[in-house]
Design a protein around this ligand. Structure first.
Ligand SMILES: [Zn+2]
Length: 283
């Protein structure tokens, strides 16, 4: 089946997962290649089967080169051990899973390869990221959206993934079903530490990182939450390393000199050190 036909079929069968991001009313139908709400707002379904729910342009820092680097290093397995752990905490493997800030789609695709079934939706505010996801991965439905103007209906989601991506807790709680689960990944203090030490070798104050405030905010919204630490080192090929330097937001703040030094001194391994925060909605 063509990607657009597959997306149309998914949307027709799952209209109740969505709401119009303009008026918050339910969607009524898939009409031709458009998704149409009860007020008549309509959103085009692209040839790749993706839907663009943004009502105005949004700029973001991720360019296609960065996204391609992230795609390659994710395919190389940088995040696999972390995602294996996430998979353990997905209770409804046949339910509805939405990846909030899916980026170029690798993480949802890997979970699917581990046996995640059910309805899978990846969304990101970056249209370049969703274009990449839509061209590589066909198991999930991909859309461009902004959490502040959400295209997702209330109480329809079993599992929300929020991996290295900003949160909107009010929105998450609205979207989750009773007993639904929010799985959030935040960096911990030694995340990419080897790279930080190189890129910030002239700026010691930027070498350390604390996730204390982010964790506290999560706990405020999900007081019964559980916290797990995931830590491992990943061996890097030269190509992996070059991609890592390109994809990481850390390199934005590095001086030109430090960046040159980093390129000339490739790392052989990198530490992944993150917190997995697990929040449950009341039943
Ligand atoms: Zn509408």
């Amino acid at each position: 089946m063509k990607k657009i036909e597959k997306a149309k079929k998914f949307l027709k069968e799952n209209l109740d997962l969505f709401q119009c991001p303009i008026c918050q009313e339910p969607f009524q139908s898939v009409d031709g290649n458009s998704l149409v709400c009860e007020e008549g707002h309509n959103f085009n379904i692209s040839k790749k089967g993706t839907v663009h729910f943004l009502t105005k342009g949004v700029s973001n820092e991720y360019d296609t080169e960065m996204l391609s680097s992230r795609f390659r290093i994710a395919q190389a397995g940088l995040f696999n051990i972390m995602l294996d752990e996430i998979m353990e905490h997905i209770e409804e493997k046949n339910g509805t899973t939405i990846d909030i800030g899916s980026g170029e789609g690798s993480q949802l695709d890997y979970l699917s390869s581990l046996g995640l079934e059910g309805k899978q939706i990846g969304f990101d505010i970056s249209k370049d990221a969703i274009a990449l996801a839509g061209s590589h991965f066909t198991d999930a439905f991909w859309c461009v959206a902004d959490l502040a103007h959400s295209p997702f209906a209330s109480k329809q989601t079993d599992t929300l993934l929020n991996i290295f991506s900003p949160s909107n807790y009010q929105e998450f709680k609205r979207m989750l079903r009773p007993n639904g689960t929010l799985l959030k990944i935040v960096p911990d203090k030694d995340y990419l530490i080897e790279l930080r030490n190189v890129l910030y070798r002239d700026r010691e104050e930027k070498q350390s990182y604390s996730n204390e405030l982010v964790v506290a905010k999560f706990q405020e919204h999900f007081p019964e939450s559980q916290i797990y630490t995931i830590r491992y080192t990943f061996p890097l090929t030269l190509e992996n390393y070059q991609d890592l330097v390109k994809m990481t937001p850390l390199s934005w703040g590095a001086s030109e000199e430090a960046l040159k030094y980093a390129v000339a001194h490739p790392l052989k391994e990198i530490t992944i050190h993150v917190c997995l925060l697990v929040g449950k909605m009341p039943g």
